[in-house]
Design a protein around this ligand. Structure first.
Ligand code: HEC
Length: 140
């Protein structure tokens, strides 16, 4: 499993397609994107850093089916992870720190499997970075 499909590739594909259709509109789109970047994209969700974006992919592939959709109908339902690091404690009462979340992911917990052999340490770092910005409401 790889999570290497990033913004750079998406952007490159977009650029190629745009160039195929009309060079001018490609330039217009790029100008717009530059303007949005300059404005900090205030009209929409703030952009994720490349690391957070990678973490979002890891979350989508490895966590969302339980923590968002509870596809396997686990009871009690896996806890909602929005704003995980905005509270002092994790759902089980342990301190909400990077180290504690990593420990849970490495060892597993109750009905949650261990991810020790499912992720590289780089993916773990990216996932933790994403969980820090994963908040309820208009989050990143
Ligand atoms: C098979 C379903 C499943 C998957 C996949 C899963 N989880 Fe969980 N997760 C659970 C359940 C169930 C609990 C509650 C465990 C308990 O307290 O017994 C839990 C608990 C947690 C907790 C709270 C732990 C605590 O100490 O309170 C965190 C944080 C967490 N999961 C993060 C993740 C992340 C990040 C991923 C993706 C890498 C993930 N989980 C994938 C089912 C899952």
């Amino acid at each position: 499993m790889t999570f290497s499909y990033g913004f750079a590739e998406a952007f490159a594909i977009h650029r190629r397609r745009a160039a195929g259709r009309a060079g001018r509109s490609a330039i217009a789109i790029m100008g717009m994107m530059a303007a949005m970047a300059a404005a900090g994209c205030r009209t929409s969700k703030p952009a994720l850093t490349p690391l957070e974006a990678q973490g979002k992919q890891v979350f989508a592939v490895g966590c969302a089916h339980c923590h968002v959709y509870n596809n396997w109908r686990i009871t009690p339902a896996p806890p909602d992870l929005h704003g995980l690091f905005t509270r002092k404690t994790l759902p089980d009462g342990e301190p909400a720190t990077d180290a504690e979340v990593e420990r849970v992911l490495m060892t597993g917990k109750g009905k949650m499997p261990s991810f020790a052999y499912q992720m590289t340490s780089q993916q773990m770092t990216a996932l933790i970075a994403y969980l820090h910005v994963y908040k309820a409401g208009p989050h990143k």
